[in-house]
Ligand binder design. Structure first.
Ligand SMILES: [Zn+2]
Length: 211
């Protein structure tokens, strides 16, 4: 899976021009059909069906691994029905002390759905924190700056969300154009590779680095 921009026409053009790279080996990706249509919930009661593009890293003489990747638009997380803006708001609110029922009411989503997001984020909190620490390190090291010390919040999810905030602040300083072009929630989706709430390991920032 690879997170890409939200505009399918732009993604198609990038694939044709060989501008999208394989997350496993950095070889150029080509079009390789679509996966089955899936639902996306943009607002309570508003469900769309979208078709996600699949791409292949072609095996050639000197490069390519032959793997296929589903291209996930930046407004989605892997295997989640709701757009990332809603899920990210729920995670932030949970850290701020909101309980399940209040969150579900605020988000206008079933309690079980909200509990699923938060539960998964809690299980993966250490992994998420480490991933965003790596990203912050890369961003500040490029400019010769020091990393920001994140004060412990007393909870794993709180620490992870705090580290994401610090990483986004570093991104805003180092690459201001990125966050002016997309919402904070979409930046979180992109930086996590779309796997924020999945059961898989968050992909290392650089091959060879631990997650
Ligand atoms: Zn590859």
């Amino acid at each position: 899976m690879l997170t890409v921009g939200p505009d399918p026409a732009v993604v198609e053009r990038m694939l044709v021009d060989g501008l999208l790279r394989c997350p496993d080996c950095a070889g150029p990706l080509s079009r390789w059909g679509h996966v089955a249509r899936r639902f996306v919930r943009t607002a309570p009661g508003a469900v769309q069906k979208i078709r996600l593009r699949r791409a292949i890293c072609r095996l050639t003489d000197d490069r390519g691994c032959g793997r296929t990747h589903v291209l996930l638009p930046a407004f989605l997380l892997g295997r989640r029905l709701d757009v990332v803006e809603v899920i990210w708001s729920a995670l932030r609110a949970c850290v701020d002390g909101f309980g399940w029922r209040r969150l579900a009411t605020l988000m206008d989503r079933p309690v079980s759905t909200v509990r699923g997001w938060v539960g998964r984020a809690r299980v993966r909190a250490g992994m998420i924190r480490d991933r965003f620490t790596q990203l912050e390190h890369l961003l500040v090291a490029a400019d010769g700056d020091d990393m920001t010390r994140v004060a412990p919040t007393g909870g794993g999810l709180g620490d992870a969300v705090a580290q994401i905030g610090v990483c986004l602040a570093a991104l805003r300083r180092a690459r201001p154009a990125v966050l002016s072009a997309m919402s904070v929630a979409r930046a979180v989706a992109v930086l996590s590779g779309g796997w924020l709430l999945s059961t898989r390991a968050v992909r290392p920032v650089l091959p060879g680095l631990p997650t």
